[in-house]
Design a protein around this ligand. Structure first.
Ligand code: ATP
Ligand code: MG
Length: 346
């Protein structure tokens, strides 16, 4: 019974209806094993999120939980198997002509891996010229030069004259990621999906890149879906932008709240385990001493193709009882702005 009745409450991030996921699920069919049998991966299941203009949603979760799939849905690159993606209140599938172009321009994706997202045969100039030309911001290369120098300046790749005719292999990881960010910014988006943009760069440079992105939020009102697997970065980004953190587990959002609430008053056992596994930098030492590590039953995330009845976390949860094995808990708002999907939370 419970398996069929799926009503997860909508997570509201900011106000307004800039972009909205209405009960979105994404399933992939894959072939596995010697017999190449077909399995279904439920990458996302019943995701309900409404994000307002100039708002920030940070997604955190372990590898394979569906973070990139969610980012691709929001950017319009992955059609939902079920449910709808809405842009300013309209189903994206119904958008035509100018409205569809406006959607594609307004939401830009910056990838995890700057090594593969920048074409190695093109110079920085050409990489930034293509979108400017495509979206009609410039007519020709002469006109583009000044704009590209300005863009490089804005992402702090300076002096710009020194970088503009370089190829990606002549840039450091951090510089490549800034060029990828400049490419996204070149079309004047309202919202950026930043998929693990800090993972591939040196730890010492991560804060700088996050600060730069936060500057764009402050100065130009750009909203973000900021994806990371580290709770410490999630907290940093969300706290400085007044954002919400959503914790994902096997294709579901299991908890969502503003950063301080989530970290100092976590409700879901999985969030508690993530916090316990995050080193000291996350919180004051006195706070940390009060927390006892949660003994999980298993450290392994179940295979994405394995069907788990009931709560998807029941194979690892130390509190799982009969109900958790039978019935999947739905995400619900337990206090204003704090959402959790757990039967044990009253
Ligand atoms: N195109 C695809 N075809 C088949 N399976 C896919 C496809 N894309 C993603 N998946 C599967 O969907 C699940 C979610 O993948 P996704 O890339 O969204 O996770 P993620 O949280 O971004 O992981 P990571 O932290 O490793 O980047 C995984 O089990 C993955 O193997
Ligand atoms: Mg990913």
């Amino acid at each position: 019974m419970g398996e069929k009745l799926r009503v997860t409450q909508k997570i509201r991030v900011g106000t307004g209806d800039f972009v909205e996921l209405d009960n979105v699920s994404v399933y992939f069919q894959i072939r596995k094993g010697l017999l190449k049998r077909i399995f279904v991966v439920r990458a996302l299941e019943n995701i309900n999120i409404a994000i307002g203009e100039h708002s920030v949603l940070v997604i955190v979760g372990e590898s394979g939980c569906g973070k990139s799939t969610l980012g691709r849905v929001v950017a319009g690159l992955q059609p939902p198997s079920h449910g709808r993606l809405l842009f300013r209140g309209k189903d994206v599938r119904s958008l035509k002509g100018r409205e569809y172009r406006e959607f594609r321009r307004s939401i830009q994706l910056v990838h995890q891996d700057p090594y593969s997202s920048l074409n190695p045969t093109k110079t920085v100039f050409d990489i930034l010229y293509s979108p400017l030309k495509y979206w009609g911001y410039v007519k020709n290369k002469d006109e583009a030069l000044e704009k590209i120098l300005e863009l490089l300046e804005s992402v702090k790749v300076t002096p710009p004259e020194e970088y503009i005719f370089r190829y990606p292999h002549q840039l450091s990881g951090g510089e490549k990621q800034r060029i990828a960010l400049a490419r996204a910014l070149s079309v004047k988006p309202r919202f950026i999906v930043a998929d693990e943009v800090i993972s591939a760069i040196d730890v010492s440079l991560r804060i700088d890149l996050m600060n730069l992105m936060i500057d764009f939020w402050r100065k130009y009102g750009i909203g973000y879906l900021f994806i990371t697997h580290e709770l410490a970065s999630a907290r940093y980004f969300a706290e400085l932008t007044g954002g919400i953190i959503a914790v994902m587990y096997l294709g579901r959002v299991v908890e969502a709240a503003p950063p301080r609430k989530l970290i100092f008053n976590p409700l879901h056992p999985y969030t508690k385990a993530l916090i316990a596994a995050t080193p000291e930098l996350l919180m004051d030492l006195s706070e940390l001493r009060k927390k006892k590590p949660l003994p999980l039953k298993s450290v392994d995330i179940p295979s994405a193709t394995k069907y788990i009845p009931g709560c998807k976390f029941n194979t690892r949860c130390p509190f799982a009882d009969r109900r958790c094995l039978d019935e999947e808990p739905m995400l619900r708002e337990v206090e204003p702005g704090h959402y959790v999907a757990c039967h044990k939370v009253l």
